[in-house]
Design a binder for this molecule. Structure first.
Ligand SMILES: *Cc1c(COP(=O)(O)O)cnc(C)c1O
Length: 371
């Protein structure tokens, strides 16, 4: 029987119909396939260039024999380890399939269709997507010097605003907000506004005025802090992140999440990664040195960039960046175009290993000579 030519998109809810999916960095294999390249480097998704801790890999190997079983749906071991590591109670933690998962849980739990979610211009692309998917209204507040303008964000908050997302540091700009400004924001907004501070790059930041918002949870009942194992811990492929909040908020988020949202390999690897504090320290130190190498290289090329405290830098290529991105691809270097963040003259380059950063700078010089 021939099916009628119904366009199923008319059946989708309005928010989903207008949704444009998140654009991930190009996988290395895809570049090799499409461009016939034998080898390439990827500095496009802010992964730890050194990979995960060897202890995390060993934990994955050990956990693999049990994959016939469902994972622990409560994540008991990981929450206990995180609680001890962070100085919070396990009841304050919500585990996610990446912190992306918990960001969406917050949106779904606290914002109804037609209500508002506020974030900054040039902020992480998942915030507007999370708002739109549930029919909420995303408010993108004008940035200041590429970073969050918390005063303007505060002014944008009304009774209809349920959630604020603040990326600290922000992706793709690498900008950050200091303790005083963030406190002023938290003190000024109504306590009915859920404030999510997304600390995906927490482990990399060394600025003395950079706040650890988990320490503020006792003061602000409306505060949610998210972190991830995808970046400094080098476990992006396993998908594990978490939120820390009051036990009441964690209870709500846990009602919404899928029962087995974090797989058993990820749980085991995350526990081992937390124990290997030396690995994170050396990753942080290497990132600091290599970020400096990239920035010096940009200086030598006469290119501006947004000062970054994270493991990536948004460099201003002073012309439409799409052509430079393409030229870099042909040279086997994958970086991230950020035109979808309202930055069409910038490219976001993840801090890689020393040789990768040198190669990226050489390729950038060659691409600019041509263009
Ligand atoms: C990478 C990133 C995340 C989360 O990534 P997950 O892999 O889902 O944990 C969250 N926020 C920001 C700002 C990021 O850059």
């Amino acid at each position: 029987m021939a099916a009628k030519a119904l366009d199923p998109s008319v059946l989708a809810v309005a928010g989903v119909r207008r949704l444009r999916p998140y654009q991930p960095g190009k996988p290395i294999e895809e570049l090799q396939r499409e461009y016939g390249l034998r080898e390439a480097i990827k500095l496009a998704s802010n992964e730890n260039p050194g990979g995960p801790s060897p202890r995390a890999l060993e934990a994955v190997r050990r956990a693999a024999v049990d994959v016939t079983r469902y994972p622990d749906g409560n994540g008991f071991g990981l929450k206990r380890a995180l609680g001890a590591h962070l100085g919070v109670d396990a009841s304050q933690i919500t585990l996610g399939n990446g912190s992306n998962d918990v960001l969406e849980l917050v949106a779904r739990t606290f914002a109804a269709p037609g209500e508002e979610i506020v974030f900054s211009e040039h902020a992480f692309a998942v915030y507007p997507l999370a708002a739109q998917a549930i029919g909420a209204i995303g408010l993108a507040v004008k940035a200041r010097e590429w970073g969050h303008d918390l005063e303007a964000m505060r002014a944008a908050v009304s009774e209809k605003t349920r959630v604020a997302f603040i990326a600290n540091p922000n992706n793709p700009t690498g900008t950050w907000v200091g303790a005083a400004a963030l406190r002023a924001f938290l003190d000024a907004v109504p306590e009915t506004l859920i404030v999510v501070v997304d600390e995906a790059y927490f482990e990399y930041v060394e600025e003395s005025d950079y706040p650890n918002c988990i320490a503020w949870l006792t003061e602000y009942a409306n505060l949610v802090v998210t972190r991830t194992f995808s970046k400094a811990h080098g476990l992006a492929g396993l998908r594990v992140g978490y939120a820390v909040s009051s036990p009441q908020i964690a209870d709500l988020l846990n009602r919404v999440r899928q029962p087995f949202n974090v797989n058993s390999l990820a749980q085991a690897a995350a526990i081992a990664a937390l124990e290997d504090t030396g690995y994170v320290e050396s990753s942080r130190a290497q990132n600091r040195d290599e970020r400096l190498r990239l920035c010096r290289g940009f200086d030598e090329l006469g290119l501006g960039y947004v000062p970054s405290v994270a493991n990536f830098v948004a460099v201003d290529v002073a012309r439409p960046a799409a052509a430079v991105y393409e030229a870099l691809l042909r040279l086997g270097v994958i970086v991230r175009p950020v035109a979808n963040y309202g930055m069409d003259r910038h490219l976001r380059i993840t801090v890689g290993l020393p040789g990768e950063n040198e190669r990226a700078l050489e390729a950038l010089a060659a691409a600019l000579r041509r263009g």
